[in-house]
Design a protein around this ligand. Structure first.
Ligand SMILES: Nc1ncnc2c1ncn2[C@@H]1O[C@H](COP(=O)(O)OP(=O)(O)OP(=O)(O)O)[C@@H](O)[C@H]1O
Ligand SMILES: Cc1ncsc1CCO
Ligand SMILES: [Mg+2]
Length: 277
């Protein structure tokens, strides 16, 4: 039965701690194919949390690297024809090698070229999809799962995560992917079970690429994950908690990034376990 927002449990700190501990032991190598805006911030985010990023994009190299890597991110933020060809080669190689891959459907629903590209990718078994409310609604709409359009404002969402929750659950059930819809509260679902991640700070929408970097972190947590729902939820939680902590010593967007990376670096499983009741 579909859960409603009233009955959705908050992700326990014990799960966040266990998943973070697993990531710190694994130190996964993440193959990142993302947009031109967020490359450096995404790489720094992965390094701060304890993963290894590599931005390999040439069509001649992506199949080899998707096979070597522990996880792959496909982000369509600045997609164009040549990049899309390389992405499809990378996805095929990842699937052949058993490398989990994540789709970030940036601005899907706003532009028909990327909407069709992302819709086609859904048939290629992404392990997870991470998007804002508008993007998740648009993807569900592209699969005829809902009548509501995403109404995204470019790459920004006009829809709350809560308004996209049912679409997220339907999208997960239809694709087999874990779906994370982010916003004031993040919801992470496999279609049957859903976790709520209530932490974070609205300033994260005023700094470019926090969602894109989160999708890379989702890929990192998915590497060799025994429980994909918990892995994706923990990725969302660690980013949101770090965002909240960063705001304690930040005056706004310009001073947010440095304490955010520091918070990702120092967040520790033992400390998270101490929050468990
Ligand atoms: N109103 C809010 N309050 C608290 N945290 C938020 C809020 N909105 C977004 N976040 C957090 O910001 C991060 C990015 O989520 P968001 O939904 O803004 O992604 P996005 O729109 O894809 O971002 P981008 O495209 O700029 O990378 C997540 O960790 C999310 O929990
Ligand atoms: C601003 C922007 N434009 C294309 S991708 C991107 C990064 C945020 O999604
Ligand atoms: Mg985004």
């Amino acid at each position: 039965m579909t859960q409603t927002t009233h009955t959705i449990p908050e992700l326990p700190f014990s799960i966040i701690a266990d998943e973070l501990e697993r990531l710190r032991v694994n130190t996964p190598l993440v193959h990142v194919m993302t947009n031109e805006v967020v490359q450096c911030f995404t790489a720094n985010t992965l390094l701060a949390i304890g993963a290894s990023p590599a931005m390999v994009v040439a069509r001649e190299e992506v199949a080899e690297f998707a096979t070597i890597a522990d996880a792959l991110l496909i982000n369509v933020g600045t997609v164009y024809a040549e990049r899309l060809v390389a992405m499809q080669i990378a996805i095929d190689a990842a699937n052949a090698a058993g490398t989990p891959w994540v789709l970030d459907p940036v601005a899907v629903g706003v532009l028909s070229y990327r909407t069709e590209a992302a819709r086609a990718m859904l048939a290629q078994r992404p392990a997870a999809i991470r998007g804002n409310g508008s993007e998740i609604l648009a993807l569900a709409n592209a699969l005829n799962l809902c009548d509501v359009t995403g109404a995204g404002k470019g790459v920004d969402s006009t829809m709350s995560s809560t308004s996209a929750l049912t679409a997220a659950q339907q999208l997960a059930a239809a694709t087999g992917a874990i779906v994370a819809v982010t916003g004031a509260t993040d919801y992470i679902t496999d279609g049957a079970q859903t976790w709520a991640v209530p932490w974070g700070h609205a300033i994260m929408t005023r700094v470019v690429g926090t969602g894109c970097a989160l999708s890379a972190v989702v890929a990192a947590f998915l590497a060799d994950a025994p429980n994909r729902l918990n892995a994706v939820a923990a990725a969302c939680a660690v980013m949101a908690i770090a965002g909240e902590r960063a705001m304690e010593c930040s005056d706004g967007p310009g001073t947010f990034v440095a304490p955010f990376l520091d918070a990702l670096h120092v967040i520790h499983p033992t400390q998270l376990r101490s929050y468990s009741v």
